[in-house]
Write a protein that binds this ligand. Structure first.
Ligand code: BQF
Length: 297
Protein backbone atom coordinates (compact mmCIF):
# COMPACT_ATOMS: atom_id res chain seq x y z
CA UNK A 1 0.00 0.00 0.00
CA UNK A 2 1.05 3.59 -0.50
CA UNK A 3 -0.51 6.15 1.82
CA UNK A 4 -2.84 8.97 0.85
CA UNK A 5 -2.02 12.33 2.40
CA UNK A 6 -4.12 13.91 5.14
CA UNK A 7 -3.68 17.47 3.91
CA UNK A 8 -3.57 19.76 6.95
CA UNK A 9 -2.96 22.86 4.87
CA UNK A 10 -6.12 22.31 2.83
CA UNK A 11 -8.37 21.32 5.74
CA UNK A 12 -7.05 24.15 7.93
CA UNK A 13 -7.98 26.55 5.14
CA UNK A 14 -11.55 25.14 5.11
CA UNK A 15 -11.76 25.54 8.90
CA UNK A 16 -10.53 29.13 8.66
CA UNK A 17 -13.08 29.88 5.90
CA UNK A 18 -15.89 28.60 8.12
CA UNK A 19 -14.64 30.60 11.09
CA UNK A 20 -14.27 33.71 8.90
CA UNK A 21 -17.87 33.48 7.76
CA UNK A 22 -19.11 32.90 11.34
CA UNK A 23 -17.06 35.86 12.54
CA UNK A 24 -18.49 38.10 9.86
CA UNK A 25 -22.04 37.01 10.75
CA UNK A 26 -21.27 37.68 14.43
CA UNK A 27 -20.00 41.16 13.64
CA UNK A 28 -22.89 41.87 11.27
CA UNK A 29 -25.25 41.26 14.19
CA UNK A 30 -23.65 44.22 15.93
CA UNK A 31 -21.00 42.49 18.05
CA UNK A 32 -17.39 43.61 18.12
CA UNK A 33 -14.84 41.33 16.47
CA UNK A 34 -13.47 38.53 18.69
CA UNK A 35 -10.16 39.46 20.27
CA UNK A 36 -7.22 37.19 21.09
CA UNK A 37 -4.55 38.40 23.47
CA UNK A 38 -1.23 36.62 23.02
CA UNK A 39 1.44 36.78 25.73
CA UNK A 40 4.91 35.82 24.58
CA UNK A 41 7.72 35.62 27.12
CA UNK A 42 11.33 35.71 26.00
CA UNK A 43 12.96 35.30 22.62
CA UNK A 44 12.70 31.62 21.68
CA UNK A 45 12.73 31.77 17.83
CA UNK A 46 10.34 28.82 17.43
CA UNK A 47 7.84 30.45 19.82
CA UNK A 48 8.05 33.70 17.86
CA UNK A 49 7.37 31.86 14.62
CA UNK A 50 4.36 30.04 16.15
CA UNK A 51 2.95 33.33 17.39
CA UNK A 52 3.41 34.81 13.92
CA UNK A 53 1.46 31.92 12.42
CA UNK A 54 -1.35 32.50 14.92
CA UNK A 55 -1.64 36.26 14.41
CA UNK A 56 -1.60 35.75 10.64
CA UNK A 57 -4.52 33.34 11.01
CA UNK A 58 -6.34 35.89 13.19
CA UNK A 59 -5.98 38.48 10.43
CA UNK A 60 -7.35 36.05 7.87
CA UNK A 61 -10.50 35.18 9.80
CA UNK A 62 -11.29 38.64 11.16
CA UNK A 63 -10.19 38.03 14.75
CA UNK A 64 -8.46 40.98 16.33
CA UNK A 65 -5.18 40.09 17.98
CA UNK A 66 -2.60 41.75 20.15
CA UNK A 67 0.75 40.30 21.17
CA UNK A 68 2.45 41.39 24.36
CA UNK A 69 6.13 40.44 24.30
CA UNK A 70 7.69 40.28 27.76
CA UNK A 71 11.39 39.92 28.64
CA UNK A 72 12.43 36.52 29.99
CA UNK A 73 13.57 38.30 33.15
CA UNK A 74 9.94 38.81 34.17
CA UNK A 75 8.94 37.19 37.47
CA UNK A 76 6.05 34.76 37.66
CA UNK A 77 4.16 37.22 39.86
CA UNK A 78 4.51 39.95 37.24
CA UNK A 79 3.35 37.58 34.52
CA UNK A 80 0.34 36.57 36.59
CA UNK A 81 -0.57 40.24 37.17
CA UNK A 82 -0.52 40.77 33.41
CA UNK A 83 -2.80 37.78 32.92
CA UNK A 84 -5.23 39.05 35.60
CA UNK A 85 -5.48 42.36 33.76
CA UNK A 86 -6.58 40.54 30.59
CA UNK A 87 -9.01 38.41 32.61
CA UNK A 88 -10.64 41.65 33.75
CA UNK A 89 -10.66 43.27 30.31
CA UNK A 90 -14.14 42.95 28.78
CA UNK A 91 -12.69 43.47 25.29
CA UNK A 92 -10.41 40.42 25.55
CA UNK A 93 -12.14 37.16 24.63
CA UNK A 94 -9.22 34.74 24.48
CA UNK A 95 -5.88 34.70 26.28
CA UNK A 96 -3.00 32.63 25.00
CA UNK A 97 0.25 32.34 26.91
CA UNK A 98 2.72 30.92 24.40
CA UNK A 99 4.52 27.83 25.71
CA UNK A 100 7.15 26.86 26.65
CA UNK A 101 7.77 29.52 29.30
CA UNK A 102 11.27 30.23 30.59
CA UNK A 103 12.14 27.58 33.19
CA UNK A 104 11.97 29.92 36.21
CA UNK A 105 8.24 30.46 35.62
CA UNK A 106 6.00 27.62 36.76
CA UNK A 107 3.92 26.76 33.71
CA UNK A 108 0.88 25.45 35.56
CA UNK A 109 0.64 28.55 37.75
CA UNK A 110 0.57 30.74 34.63
CA UNK A 111 -2.10 28.56 33.02
CA UNK A 112 -4.20 28.56 36.19
CA UNK A 113 -4.01 32.36 36.31
CA UNK A 114 -6.02 32.51 33.07
CA UNK A 115 -9.79 32.79 33.47
CA UNK A 116 -10.97 29.37 32.21
CA UNK A 117 -13.63 31.12 30.11
CA UNK A 118 -10.82 32.81 28.15
CA UNK A 119 -8.51 29.79 28.02
CA UNK A 120 -8.59 29.20 24.26
CA UNK A 121 -5.69 26.73 24.47
CA UNK A 122 -7.80 24.50 26.72
CA UNK A 123 -4.94 23.93 29.17
CA UNK A 124 -6.63 25.21 32.35
CA UNK A 125 -7.53 22.39 34.78
CA UNK A 126 -11.21 23.45 34.54
CA UNK A 127 -11.16 22.77 30.80
CA UNK A 128 -9.05 19.62 31.17
CA UNK A 129 -11.44 18.28 33.81
CA UNK A 130 -14.57 19.13 31.85
CA UNK A 131 -13.11 17.59 28.69
CA UNK A 132 -12.36 14.41 30.63
CA UNK A 133 -15.93 14.08 31.90
CA UNK A 134 -17.45 14.90 28.52
CA UNK A 135 -18.72 18.38 29.36
CA UNK A 136 -18.46 21.41 27.03
CA UNK A 137 -14.98 22.90 27.29
CA UNK A 138 -12.22 24.44 25.25
CA UNK A 139 -10.44 21.53 23.60
CA UNK A 140 -6.66 21.67 23.22
CA UNK A 141 -5.96 22.66 19.61
CA UNK A 142 -3.69 19.80 18.45
CA UNK A 143 -6.08 16.95 19.44
CA UNK A 144 -9.10 18.93 18.25
CA UNK A 145 -7.36 19.49 14.91
CA UNK A 146 -6.53 15.81 14.58
CA UNK A 147 -10.17 14.79 15.13
CA UNK A 148 -11.24 17.42 12.59
CA UNK A 149 -8.79 15.99 10.07
CA UNK A 150 -10.00 12.40 10.60
CA UNK A 151 -13.58 13.61 10.30
CA UNK A 152 -12.90 15.58 7.10
CA UNK A 153 -11.49 12.47 5.40
CA UNK A 154 -14.31 10.27 6.84
CA UNK A 155 -11.84 7.98 8.55
CA UNK A 156 -13.73 5.55 10.78
CA UNK A 157 -12.69 5.58 14.45
CA UNK A 158 -15.52 3.75 16.24
CA UNK A 159 -14.23 0.54 17.81
CA UNK A 160 -10.80 1.00 16.23
CA UNK A 161 -7.60 0.51 18.17
CA UNK A 162 -5.92 3.90 18.52
CA UNK A 163 -2.39 3.92 19.88
CA UNK A 164 -1.06 7.22 21.20
CA UNK A 165 2.69 7.62 21.60
CA UNK A 166 3.46 10.31 24.15
CA UNK A 167 1.43 11.32 27.20
CA UNK A 168 1.98 15.09 27.37
CA UNK A 169 -0.67 17.40 28.80
CA UNK A 170 -0.94 19.21 25.48
CA UNK A 171 -1.21 16.36 22.98
CA UNK A 172 -1.06 12.74 24.15
CA UNK A 173 -3.25 12.88 27.24
CA UNK A 174 -6.15 14.98 25.87
CA UNK A 175 -5.89 13.07 22.57
CA UNK A 176 -6.37 9.76 24.35
CA UNK A 177 -9.37 11.15 26.23
CA UNK A 178 -11.02 12.47 23.06
CA UNK A 179 -10.31 9.27 21.16
CA UNK A 180 -11.74 7.06 23.86
CA UNK A 181 -14.92 8.90 24.81
CA UNK A 182 -18.13 7.19 23.74
CA UNK A 183 -20.13 10.38 23.41
CA UNK A 184 -18.62 13.42 21.76
CA UNK A 185 -15.41 11.49 21.15
CA UNK A 186 -14.02 9.05 18.61
CA UNK A 187 -15.26 5.86 20.34
CA UNK A 188 -11.90 4.15 19.85
CA UNK A 189 -10.12 1.71 22.11
CA UNK A 190 -6.99 3.51 23.27
CA UNK A 191 -3.49 2.49 24.26
CA UNK A 192 -1.11 5.15 25.57
CA UNK A 193 2.62 4.56 25.28
CA UNK A 194 5.24 6.68 27.01
CA UNK A 195 8.88 6.62 27.96
CA UNK A 196 8.40 3.69 30.34
CA UNK A 197 6.59 1.53 27.81
CA UNK A 198 8.54 -1.64 27.15
CA UNK A 199 8.72 -2.83 23.54
CA UNK A 200 6.59 -0.12 21.91
CA UNK A 201 6.47 -2.10 18.66
CA UNK A 202 4.22 -4.62 20.40
CA UNK A 203 1.67 -1.78 20.63
CA UNK A 204 2.33 0.17 17.43
CA UNK A 205 2.05 -2.98 15.28
CA UNK A 206 -1.53 -3.47 16.49
CA UNK A 207 -2.68 0.12 15.87
CA UNK A 208 -5.47 0.91 13.39
CA UNK A 209 -4.83 4.58 14.15
CA UNK A 210 -1.38 5.65 15.33
CA UNK A 211 -0.92 9.11 16.86
CA UNK A 212 2.74 9.95 17.37
CA UNK A 213 3.59 12.84 19.68
CA UNK A 214 6.92 11.86 21.16
CA UNK A 215 9.18 14.65 19.94
CA UNK A 216 11.70 12.16 18.65
CA UNK A 217 12.54 12.37 14.94
CA UNK A 218 12.27 9.08 13.08
CA UNK A 219 11.04 7.14 16.15
CA UNK A 220 8.44 5.18 14.16
CA UNK A 221 9.59 3.16 11.15
CA UNK A 222 7.79 0.97 8.60
CA UNK A 223 8.45 -2.38 10.30
CA UNK A 224 6.75 -1.08 13.48
CA UNK A 225 3.32 -0.57 11.89
CA UNK A 226 0.52 -2.66 10.41
CA UNK A 227 -0.43 -2.56 6.74
CA UNK A 228 -3.27 -0.03 6.26
CA UNK A 229 -2.69 1.94 9.47
CA UNK A 230 -3.75 5.60 9.67
CA UNK A 231 -0.75 7.60 10.93
CA UNK A 232 -0.96 11.04 12.55
CA UNK A 233 2.49 12.51 13.05
CA UNK A 234 2.40 15.32 15.62
CA UNK A 235 6.17 15.66 15.87
CA UNK A 236 7.64 19.01 14.83
CA UNK A 237 11.41 18.61 15.06
CA UNK A 238 13.97 21.03 13.74
CA UNK A 239 16.87 19.14 12.22
CA UNK A 240 19.98 20.80 10.79
CA UNK A 241 19.90 21.10 7.00
CA UNK A 242 22.54 23.27 5.39
CA UNK A 243 20.79 23.12 2.03
CA UNK A 244 17.94 25.16 3.52
CA UNK A 245 17.94 28.93 3.82
CA UNK A 246 17.22 28.82 7.55
CA UNK A 247 19.80 26.10 8.19
CA UNK A 248 17.18 23.58 9.34
CA UNK A 249 14.10 21.72 8.17
CA UNK A 250 11.07 20.38 9.98
CA UNK A 251 10.59 16.67 10.33
CA UNK A 252 8.11 14.51 12.20
CA UNK A 253 8.42 11.58 14.58
CA UNK A 254 7.90 9.07 11.76
CA UNK A 255 10.28 7.90 9.10
CA UNK A 256 7.94 9.11 6.36
CA UNK A 257 9.39 7.01 3.53
CA UNK A 258 9.08 3.62 5.20
CA UNK A 259 5.88 4.30 7.18
CA UNK A 260 3.99 5.78 4.21
CA UNK A 261 4.62 2.59 2.21
CA UNK A 262 2.47 0.63 4.67
CA UNK A 263 -0.03 3.23 5.88
CA UNK A 264 -3.38 3.91 4.22
CA UNK A 265 -3.32 7.56 5.36
CA UNK A 266 -0.57 9.74 6.80
CA UNK A 267 -0.05 13.36 7.82
CA UNK A 268 3.02 15.08 6.38
CA UNK A 269 5.38 17.27 8.42
CA UNK A 270 5.20 20.14 7.75
CA UNK A 271 1.67 20.61 6.48
CA UNK A 272 -0.22 18.12 8.65
CA UNK A 273 -1.23 18.65 12.26
CA UNK A 274 0.60 22.03 12.60
CA UNK A 275 -1.71 24.09 10.38
CA UNK A 276 -4.77 22.35 11.90
CA UNK A 277 -3.58 23.36 15.38
CA UNK A 278 -3.53 27.01 14.41
CA UNK A 279 -6.93 26.79 12.69
CA UNK A 280 -8.56 25.24 15.77
CA UNK A 281 -7.28 28.16 17.85
CA UNK A 282 -9.40 30.43 15.64
CA UNK A 283 -12.43 28.24 16.31
CA UNK A 284 -11.83 28.39 20.06
CA UNK A 285 -11.40 32.17 19.99
CA UNK A 286 -14.74 32.59 18.26
CA UNK A 287 -16.35 30.27 20.85
CA UNK A 288 -14.81 32.37 23.60
CA UNK A 289 -16.20 35.56 22.06
CA UNK A 290 -19.67 34.05 21.76
CA UNK A 291 -19.47 32.83 25.37
CA UNK A 292 -21.30 29.71 24.23
CA UNK A 293 -19.32 27.22 26.34
CA UNK A 294 -19.78 29.00 29.64
CA UNK A 295 -22.97 31.00 29.28
CA UNK A 296 -24.00 33.19 32.17
CA UNK A 297 -20.78 32.73 34.07
C1 BQF B 1 3.32 23.17 9.58
C2 BQF B 1 4.41 23.88 19.00
C3 BQF B 1 6.05 22.41 19.98
C4 BQF B 1 6.11 23.24 21.11
C5 BQF B 1 5.32 24.36 21.20
C6 BQF B 1 2.18 24.96 10.89
C7 BQF B 1 2.71 25.33 13.22
C8 BQF B 1 3.69 24.36 13.13
C9 BQF B 1 3.88 23.66 11.95
C10 BQF B 1 2.44 26.04 14.50
C11 BQF B 1 3.51 24.28 17.91
C12 BQF B 1 3.41 23.47 16.66
C13 BQF B 1 2.81 25.49 18.03
C14 BQF B 1 3.15 23.96 10.83
C15 BQF B 1 1.95 26.02 16.92
C16 BQF B 1 2.24 23.91 15.80
O1 BQF B 1 3.13 23.71 8.47
O2 BQF B 1 3.58 21.97 9.68
C17 BQF B 1 1.96 25.65 12.08
O3 BQF B 1 2.42 27.26 14.50
N1 BQF B 1 2.21 25.35 15.68
C18 BQF B 1 2.92 26.24 19.24
O4 BQF B 1 2.31 27.27 19.41
O5 BQF B 1 3.72 25.81 20.23
C19 BQF B 1 4.49 24.69 20.15
C20 BQF B 1 5.19 22.73 18.93
Amino acid sequence: MSASILDGIKVAEKVRELVASDVSEWVQKGNRAPKLQVVLVGSNPASHSYVNAKTKACNEVGVESDTLVLPDTISHNELEEVIYSYNADINTDGILVQLPLPTHIPQLAAIEAIDHRKDVDGFHPMNVGRLTIGQPSFKPCPPAGILELLDYYSIPTKGKHAVVIGASNIVGTPMSVLLSRESGGAKSTVTICHKFTRDITRHTIDADILIVAAGSPGLITGPMVKEGVVVIDVGINRVADHNREKGYRLTGDCDFDSVSKKASWITPVPGGVGPMTVAMLMKNTLLAAKKSLYPGK
